[in-house]
Design a protein around this ligand. Structure first.
Ligand code: GLU
Length: 276
């Protein structure tokens, strides 16, 4: 039997989120090798006929790298200024790498307001629709430079789920430095394996997500579950997998085996249940 878990192989419009920890060295410098691998995989998805949206973090880390700062400053103003330095550099790097494969990219910077105010949301949706029609890969980040506490989403896991909803994606893949959601802290028990599939965010699942995150990023498992909550409600399958795994994107969209944790909605966004 040709297994296609949750119809993932048929996902036409795919949003991929990559975190700071995947794109930077532990000292905060950009990891060019990881970026290159990611871009090659995204271009393969696009080459195979899928529409691809990238939600990327690491503007702040890239800004830190440019200024040779080794510790993420706690203040919002400093982070905003660093993002202004790093975002341009980040885009320039992506542009150069995507251009090697003949793929055009576009920068899309959003805040929560843009996704919630009906008129701004409709504008953003229309822009994304056109970019995808033109076979351009939108590269999305939060507009950190202007986003204060009131108007920002705050973390790119949640942002990626909101973007997946905005473009009515068929799949969201969150690439992380861990290979899925573990039933308990894997650093305390090395025997543990990530959960294969989650259909409902029970109290037990939230407990499993615990707290924490890496030193250079914003999200931890809890923000990933917040993203899953949005995706499950919208009928969009979501996968958490390791960004370090070779060929991870192709493996997910093969639909044969999920190299991580799948958050599987009972019904997809068209209201068709999985068993139909
Ligand atoms: N928007 C932030 C950045 O580009 C990252 C937020 C996050 O990692 O969730 O640095």
């Amino acid at each position: 039997m040709d297994l296609d878990i949750n119809g993932l192989s048929k996902a036409r419009r795919v949003v991929v989120k990559v975190g700071t920890s995947n794109l930077t060295h532990p000292n905060g410098r950009m990891h060019l090798g990881h970026m290159e691998q990611l871009v090659r995989q995204l271009c393969d998805l696009a080459g195979g006929g899928r529409e691809v949206v990238l939600v990327t973090s690491a503007a702040i880390a890239a800004g830190m790298g440019r200024l040779e700062m080794t510790e993420r400053p706690p203040g919002l103003a400093e982070k905003q200024a660093l993002a202004a330095i790093g975002q341009g550099w980040l885009m320039q790097s992506y542009e150069r790498l995507f251009a090697e494969y003949g793929v055009t990219v576009a920068q899309v910077l959003l805040t929560r307001e843009d996704l919630e105010d009906p008129e701004r949301r409709a504008n953003a949706a229309e822009t994304m629709r056109l970019l995808l029609r033109w076979k351009v890969v939108p590269i999305v980040n939060e507009n950190d430079t202007v986003a204060n506490e009131e108007i920002r989403v705050g973390d790119n896991d949640t942002l990626s789920a909101r973007v997946a909803d905005l473009v009515t994606a068929d799949l969201l893949i969150i690439l992380s430095d861990v290979d899925g959601l573990y039933p308990a802290d894997p650093r305390e028990n090395r025997e543990l394996k990530p959960l294969e599939a989650v259909e409902e965010l029970t109290a037990e699942i939230w407990r499993a997500a615990g707290g924490s995150g890496s030193a250079n990023g914003t999200g931890g498992m809890r923000t990933k579950l917040a993203a899953a909550e949005i995706c499950l409600a919208r009928g969009i399958p979501m996968v958490i997998a390791s960004g370090q795994r070779q060929g991870v994107l192709a493996e997910v969209v093969s639909g044969h085996r999920i190299p991580g944790t799948l958050f599987a909605p009972r019904a997809n966004k068209r209201g068709v249940t999985r068993d139909e």
